[in-house]
Design a protein around this ligand. Structure first.
Ligand code: CTP
Length: 417
């Protein structure tokens, strides 16, 4: 995710009430991005700022980004002529999640001690929803025993933390106390909101990206897979509360917050990782673009240039076939989804793969389209199932494809019980 990009709606966030407490630290400017992203993704974001926070950014900024009023003063007259903290206590009751970002040492101390001396601490005391804190402070303040004791108290009470991380501080010094980046805080928000979702307690294994087969130390055979579709599947599974193992070939993507990432390079490494991770998994989503061939011999040294070079290739193991063999003996996983990248006879080839690889569902796409498949932002897929069902989805983002696939996986898993 990139800070400037437009966020698309996310089912998990649609209509969710997020009470965003903003306290006074220089990291406030990054929380503007967080408020904007959450709003674009479909959440209703009510911002409560402390007096100190307004010294860094004006409430108007958050009002413009969220399209909703921003609350600061506890004593100003609110709705029905009541002081704001009474008029708006409903905000605390209606919230699905209270996020405090940045959370200063001072506000964390108040929350730990149960103080209610400004609008944010008052609403925090009245809120019954989960709480997520993104601390930001000088490294010395973070490591101070008083702060650490407050963190321990809050953790014991079930409060979630996103960061802080190590890095450059406002003082110019390096240390632990820097607020996590908005994209990562967003991942933590999704994790907390999704934790009781329909796949809670389920293990989902996702593969993503290309594989590489080396012919010598500096050359390899690979394909242009970016890993985007697989990473989107991992996020959609996390949003439904699943425990996710993301087995990925070499890609330049950051794994979604909460996923257990396993990096592999070759098909053999991916096969080993998949067999290990799926030994007790509920579902396998095989989105990786697995290479079908590898050099029959690998040179230990760089192959010297000659007039031409003939390569003899051999087949790589078929990962889905290995999983199917284990399932035939009654082993896991219960649901297996394959992907079919085709350049002709899409439906016939996909149906044949579904049968041959013993899949429950296959996601087929025509890789000749410029707006779908390898490395594109969007995808146009057809879902074929074991019962003969065919669902053609329109051109959509890879995240939306992932949502559609996870809806089917959820139905398949819950339907098998
Ligand atoms: N796959 C696999 N192991 C391989 C090759 C592919 O598990 N060695 C998986 C892919 O991850 C995908 C599905 O099989 O989910 C179909 O991949 P695809 O490349 O479309 O099909 P192939 O089986 O390689 O068949 P072909 O190349 O002949 O179309």
């Amino acid at each position: 995710m990139d800070g400037e990009s437009v966020m698309e709606p996310v089912p998990l966030l649609r209509g969710k009430r997020i009470l965003l407490g903003v306290t006074g630290g220089i990291a406030v400017y990054k929380v503007c991005t967080l408020a904007s992203h959450l709003t674009q993704m479909g959440a209703e974001v009510d911002v409560v700022m402390t007096e100190a926070a307004t010294r860094f950014v004006s409430p108007l900024t958050f009002e413009a980004l969220t399209g909703r009023p921003v609350y600061v003063d506890m004593w100003r007259t609110g709705g029905a002529g009541l002081p704001t903290h009474i008029a708006h206590v409903g905000l605390a009751h209606a919230a699905d999640l209270l996020v405090v970002a940045p959370a200063t040492a001072n506000t964390m101390a108040k929350l730990a001690g149960g103080l209610a001396d400004n609008l944010l601490s008052t609403l925090a005391l009245a809120a019954t929803c989960p709480v997520l804190l993104a601390p930001a402070m000088d490294a010395g303040m973070w490591s101070h025993p008083a702060t650490q004791a407050n963190v321990a108290t809050l953790r014991a009470r079930g409060v979630h933390f996103a960061g802080p991380v190590r890095g450059r501080m406002a003082s110019g010094l390096e240390g632990e106390g820097r607020m996590m980046e908005p994209e990562e805080i967003l991942g933590h928000i999704r994790r907390v909101l999704g934790r009781n979702g329909p796949l809670a307690g389920r293990n989902v294994v996702v593969t993503a990206g290309p594989t590489r087969e080396f012919l010598d130390p500096v050359r390899f055979i690979s394909n242009p897979s970016s890993g985007k579709q697989g990473f989107a599947l991992a996020q959609a599974a996390l949003d439904r509360g699943a425990e996710v193992t993301l087995i990925t070939g070499p890609v330049s993507l950051t794994a979604p917050v909460g996923a257990r990432r396993v990096d592999v390079i070759t098909v053999q490494q991916m096969l080993d990782a998949v067999l290990e991770a799926t030994a007790d998994a509920d579902a396998l989503l095989m989105a990786a673009a697995v290479g079908d061939y590898r050099p029959a011999t690998v040179s230990q040294h760089k192959i010297k240039k000659t007039a031409d070079l003939t390569l003899r290739l051999e087949r790589t193991p078929d990962i889905l076939a290995a999983v199917a063999r284990r399932r035939a003996e009654g082993g896991f996983p219960r649901v297996v989804v394959g992907f079919a990248a085709e350049s002709q006879d899409l439906l016939d080839n996909a149906r044949a793969k579904l049968e041959a690889k013993g899949l429950d569902l296959i996601v087929a796409n025509d890789i000749t389209a410029a707006d779908a498949g390898f490395a594109a932002e969007t995808n146009r897929v057809v879902l074929l199932d074991r019962e003969g069902g065919v669902e053609e989805l329109p051109l959509m983002s890879k995240a939306a494809v992932a949502e559609a696939v996870l809806d089917r996986v959820t139905r398949l898993l819950i339907g098998t019980e």
